[in-house]
Design a binder for this molecule. Structure first.
Ligand code: PLP
Length: 386
């Protein structure tokens, strides 16, 4: 293996030492005092801690409520029992190799992180200081904003087209060798729109001749033609491209926290050296269990497609504009203030997203469980007074 993750384990040692010091400071406390501070009922499990409150249809976030798969759970349970230990190097390299094999790249081109968010944050920190991060006006901007808040990046947002698509020509016109990074999300969030593979690849190829292009493919498995849509072939042709993906969406493992990037080995090393954390053994084990569970992936995608069709049919009957979606959410123009719609839905225990930027009349609804999507479809005409 051409890389070394020992740096992370050295870091582990440093963090561990700090924690040990803090823990020692409390060692003198009496058992009685500790019991008073942590009575048994205080540590009893709160059933709402890790999901929607009872009765709430959670359609404001893009998690897959049908996950994790049984194949993942089996491995997570095994790994949890070994929770006294740090994840082994073999766990990391096994997952890297599985991802590499499916995508036709070398394992050292794969970086596994604590959710793809960690890799995306690292990328923003690496490329932000070089020049602006050029991106569509609406994209999943959390990690670019993270670097911006630290003074490590600026974001140059290019308006969407009139059809709410990513304006690739507009973005290309802004890109030069002074650009820090181009960040695209395909399919995009929050619009759900898929930029066709041939279109995005032609544009990314031209831009990558000038600067690094990051394509966040968090939802790619939910597009009609994931392989035909992906930009991964550009990477294999040697273009300066980073692809990020996640186990948080179709795999239904958002709380397990595993994501990854695929890039050149050189870029991978930079990302690995900048990422601040590492996933627990349960995460690697769960991801290894889930990665090739194609039956679960098909089941989940079918549920998402079923939900999407229900929502699109409802919007169609109401005569509302909805964007075509290749994701597990639909962005539609309700004609009413998004935050008002959100509040009225919440009054019915249905959680949808509020306003994004100045898109005041657009609402994003995600595909939760089918019965929850059905509740949304029933409530929408009432909420809109239609
Ligand atoms: C487009 C996109 N990319 C990345 C992420 C980060 O997900 P995670 O850190 O769980 O992999 C999200 C989360 O919602 C997202 O929507």
């Amino acid at each position: 293996m051409a890389f070394d993750i020992s740096r992370r384990f050295m870091l582990t040692g440093a963090v561990g030492t700090g924690f040990a010091t803090a823990a020692c400071a409390t060692n003198g406390a009496s058992t009685v005092a500790e019991e008073a501070a942590f009575p048994p009922e205080a540590v009893s499990f709160d059933p709402y801690l890790l999901g929607p409150k009872k009765g709430v249809a959670l359609l404001s976030r893009n998690e897959n409520p049908y996950g994790p798969s049984k194949s993942a759970l089996k491995m997570i349970e095994y790994a949890a029992k070994k929770g006294a230990y740090y994840a082994s190097r073999e766990a990391v390299t096994t997952l890297m190799s599985m991802i590499a094999e499916r995508n036709g790249v070398e394992p050292e081109q794969v970086v596994i992180t604590t959710g793809s968010g960690e890799a995306l944050s690292a990328i923003a920190l690496i490329y932000g200081p070089k020049g602006p991060i050029v991106a569509p006006r609406l994209f999943w901007d959390t990690t670019a904003l993270y670097a911006a808040k630290l003074g490590m990046a600026t974001i140059e947002r290019i308006p969407l087209t009139a059809e709410m698509e990513i304006d690739l020509a507009g973005i290309e016109a802004k890109v030069s060798d002074k650009t820090g990074l181009v960040q695209l999300c395909n399919p995009n969030n929050p619009t759900g729109v898929v930029t066709p593979g041939e279109t995005i690849r032609a544009s990314v190829k031209r831009m990558a001749a000038k600067t690094t292009v990051l394509v966040d493919e968090a939802y790619i498995e939910l597009a009609d033609d994931p392989e035909g849509t992906s930009c991964i072939s550009l990477l294999k042709e040697g273009h300066d491209v980073i692809i990020s993906r996640t186990f948080s969406k179709i795999y239904g493992m958002a709380g397990i926290r595993v994501g990854y990037t695929i890039s050149s080995a050189e870029t991978a090393e930079k990302i690995r050296n900048t990422a601040m954390s590492w996933s627990p053994g349960t995460s690697y084990a769960g991801a290894i269990g889930a990665y090739n569970d194609f039956a679960f992936l098909e089941y989940s995608k079918n549920k998402v497609v079923e939900g999407r069709e229900m929502v699109l049919e409802t919007l169609n009957v109401l005569g509302l504009t909805a964007l075509p979606s290749g994701t597990n959410f639909v962005y539609f123009k309700s004609g009413k203030e998004a935050n008002v719609v959100q509040k009225a839905m919440m009054d019915k225990n249905i959680s949808v997203r509020g306003q994004y930027m100045d898109y005041s009349e657009w609402t994003r609804v995600s595909m939760g469980k089918i019965e929850d999507v059905a509740r949304f479809c029933k409530a929408l005409p009432e909420v809109l007074g239609a």
